[in-house]
Design a binder for this molecule. Structure first.
Ligand SMILES: Cc1cc2nc3c(=O)[nH]c(=O)nc-3n(C[C@H](O)[C@H](O)[C@H](O)COP(=O)(O)OP(=O)(O)OC[C@H]3O[C@@H](n4cnc5c(N)ncnc54)[C@H](O)[C@@H]3O)c2cc1C
Length: 508
């Protein structure tokens, strides 16, 4: 009896074992396919980041090797092989999965090794919760606001082309050009936020707060969909939230191929480096002749500075009066006569069409359209600026030459904000979109964007933690946020405060 029972059990095992193996195989196949699809997604991202970094290395670099090229070629091969497996699995449902199982298992191993190799090409990718690209006025004020709102060490990085921590840029055309070495403004004196009466944020402040100041680093490629930035040196930065604060760059006469505009001792003024070069030249050409091209605020300020530095100064501008966009003719007349009383000559209604240089390539004369030639040892050009938006072309909506934002400085891409000179935002007072190149706007927009980022994060949390006490839900808060958006830029600080206060209530 017992032996026949054992026989039955043995036979059953014999019959069911392969079925069980088949079932396990299928289970493994399904799980491995899921892993494969996840790895494939990761592979696409790594490939895109490698391609992004390659495109940033215009003049050759570490990525332009045969090995990287082969790796990229292999991506397509692997993708095609996975597609074939997927197709076969669909065609012959059950049995094929059993047979394909081994193949999928091997592919998972191969893909993991392949991905490791791809990631190794990229080196270390630095990831931050928040990145501010640009390290000027807006960046400094944004950093202070992040700190006020609550920031953990390592969450924020500021990436700046300039070699110094954020400073109050307007100083460059004022105190920085003071001829008295004891009175002249020099860093660290004018780091933000002294311009608005706040504390001076020295490089140590950023260190103490765990904010990474990545200086002397120019971002040359951006892929907002991948949340990736690539620097000129090929470093890769990943972010969750990005604040664009790249400001403006000067318009150069060389952009219009003005003859001789690349002569030595011709200056523009935007960054500390420009100001240092001008100061050096002022020392070299003491008591010389200076020609200032442009009658805007840079032209007027630099003309005054050159005059107190004992230069013989002539201003040239095409408009009928200085600062035409801001001054009425009467206001301009007051300033022009004040300048003339100080010995500054003003030539209006004409432009420079070329520059003469000596054998050393130093500027010696400014040729005017009306035929006159002005002697010059130094020329300072202040003919305007344009916002630095090129990095984001085609990735963000633009308006009036800037990056279009809403009243919270949020761009058309979720998680990406634009502040300062680059932002075109709604001004309720004029009921229109405007871009503003003012220091006060840079400070306030930065502060405002950070508050919005933080409020948004808190608001997201509320979706999951409803308050029974107040009966307010995430959706109600959303409506409050929408309402404050509609009210617009000028009134939003107060509304945002209310919004945040409500959130605080909810959390307590
Ligand atoms: C000489 C001068 C005097 C001024 N005086 C006045 C004044 O009296 N009153 C007033 O209201 N306004 C004044 N302004 C204008 C005011 O300074 C600007 O509106 C303000 O600085 C804008 O702040 P921002 O942060 O948007 O840009 P910025 O302060 O210009 O900062 C931009 C930063 O981004 C960096 N950057 C750009 N591209 C990249 C990149 N690809 N990668 C990394 N970093 C990048 C730049 O190097 C710079 O550090 C003056 C401007 C100048 C140049």
């Amino acid at each position: 009896m017992a032996s026949s029972f054992n026989f039955v059990i043995g036979s059953a095992k014999f019959i069911f074992a392969p079925i069980e193996r088949c079932l396990n195989c299928k289970r493994n196949f399904d799980e491995n396919m899921k892993v494969l699809q996840k790895l494939l997604k990761e592979l696409n991202t790594v490939k895109e980041v490698i391609e992004l970094r390659l495109s940033a290395e215009i003049h050759g670099g570490t990525m332009q090797t045969e090995e990287v090229k082969n790796w990229l070629d292999d991506v397509q091969r692997i993708k095609t092989e996975i597609e074939i497996i997927e197709r076969k699995a669909k065609e012959k449902k059950f049995l094929s999965r059993v047979f394909l199982g081994k193949m999928v298992e091997e592919k998972v191993v191969e893909l993991k090794a392949f991905l490791r190799k791809g990631k190794a090409f990229l080196g270390m990718v630095k990831s931050f919760k928040y990145i501010i690209v640009g390290g000027g006025v807006a960046a400094g004020y944004a950093a202070r606001e992040f700190d006020r709102q609550g920031l953990k060490p390592g969450q924020l990085a500021i990436i700046s082309k300039e070699a110094v921590a954020p400073y109050e840029r307007p100083t460059l055309s004022k105190g920085y050009l003071n001829p008295n070495p004891k009175a002249a403004a020099r860093l660290p004196e004018f780091h933000v936020c002294v311009g608005s009466g706040g504390d001076r944020l020295l490089p140590d402040w950023y260190k103490e707060k765990g904010i990474q100041l990545i200086l002397g680093t120019e971002i040359v490629k951006v892929n907002l969909a991948l949340k990736t930035l690539v620097s000129a040196a090929g470093e890769i930065f990943k972010f969750q939230t990005l604040i664009i604060a790249t400001g403006s760059t000067v318009i150069r006469l060389t952009d219009f191929q003005v003859e001789g505009a690349d002569a030595k001792n011709m200056f523009y003024l935007r960054e500390l480096e420009d100001a240092d070069k001008l100061v050096e030249s002022i020392k070299m050409k003491k008591y010389g002749k200076a020609v200032i091209i442009g009658g805007g605020y840079i032209g007027l300020e630099v003309a005054a500075a050159m005059s107190i530095n004992d230069f013989d100064v002539t201003m040239v501008y095409p408009d009928p009066w200085c600062m035409p966009r801001l001054f009425t003719p009467t206001m301009a007349a007051f300033y022009e006569s004040y300048y003339e009383n100080k010995g500054i000559k003003i030539i209006k209604g004409t432009v420079s069409v070329g520059f003469n240089a000596n054998a050393n390539g130093e500027v010696k004369g400014v040729k005017l359209k009306d035929g006159r030639v002005l002697e010059a040892d130094i020329v300072v050009v202040g003919v305007g600026a344009r916002p630095l938006t090129a990095l984001f072309k085609g990735q963000l909506e633009e308006d009036k030459g800037g990056i279009k934002t809403d009243g919270f400085f949020k761009t058309s891409m979720p998680g990406v904000y634009a502040v300062g000179d680059v932002a075109t935002f709604p001004i309720k007072l004029y009921n229109e979109m405007r871009r503003v190149e003012h220091v006060d706007h840079a400070r306030k927009s930065a502060k405002h964007a950070v508050k919005a980022i933080k409020a948004n994060e808190t608001e997201t949390t509320i979706h999951y933690h409803r308050s029974q006490n107040l009966g307010l839900t995430g959706s109600k808060m959303e409506r409050l946020l929408e309402l404050s958006l509609k009210v617009g830029h000028l009134k939003k600080t107060r509304l945002l405060q209310k919004f945040q206060d409500s959130i605080l209530h909810l959390r307590t």
